[in-house]
Ligand binder design. Structure first.
Ligand SMILES: [Zn+2]
Ligand SMILES: [Zn+2]
Length: 136
């Protein structure tokens, strides 16, 4: 899914607004274990994204609404907000954009998917399911 598809598929207006803005003002940083991942979304869905990531691994997660004092160690991730490439991850009726280099992006998306499966207690590798998530 690309940013231009965002309006059609995301029902959360706050997520749509932050994603359409390009994320410069809305950028948060998700701490996942040793990773620091720039993410964009509304507060509710970012929080949910972080909570789900926490379920997907043994490290805790935290969400900063500013750049961490030590900066973001990966040069690609640090530059990412200036580039259009990002992954849009559906989170319930909203979505979160992961604005990171491909390897960090895959890592956090994998972690989110693991967390979503753990939350739903599904043993198999099913894609994230909107309806099931909403019914929790
Ligand atoms: Zn939202
Ligand atoms: Zn990176």
């Amino acid at each position: 899914m690309s940013v231009s598809d965002v309006g059609a598929s995301i029902s959360c207006a706050a997520c749509r607004a932050t994603l359409r803005s390009g994320g410069r003002d809305a950028l948060s940083v998700l701490l996942v274990g040793r990773l620091r991942i720039p993410v964009v979304g509304c507060d509710d869905h970012l929080d949910r994204f972080a909570t789900t990531c926490a379920l997907g691994g043994d490290g805790s997660t935290d969400l900063l609404d500013h750049r961490p004092a030590g900066g973001i160690p990966c040069p690609s991730c640090r530059l990412a907000p200036r580039r259009p490439e990002q992954a849009i991850v559906p989170v319930g009726d909203g979505a979160v954009a992961v604005v990171a280099c491909p390897s960090h992006r895959d890592e956090v998306v994998d972690r989110f998917n693991s967390g979503a499966r753990a939350r739903q207690q599904l043993p198999t590798d099913l894609p994230f399911d909107d309806e099931r998530d909403r019914a929790e």
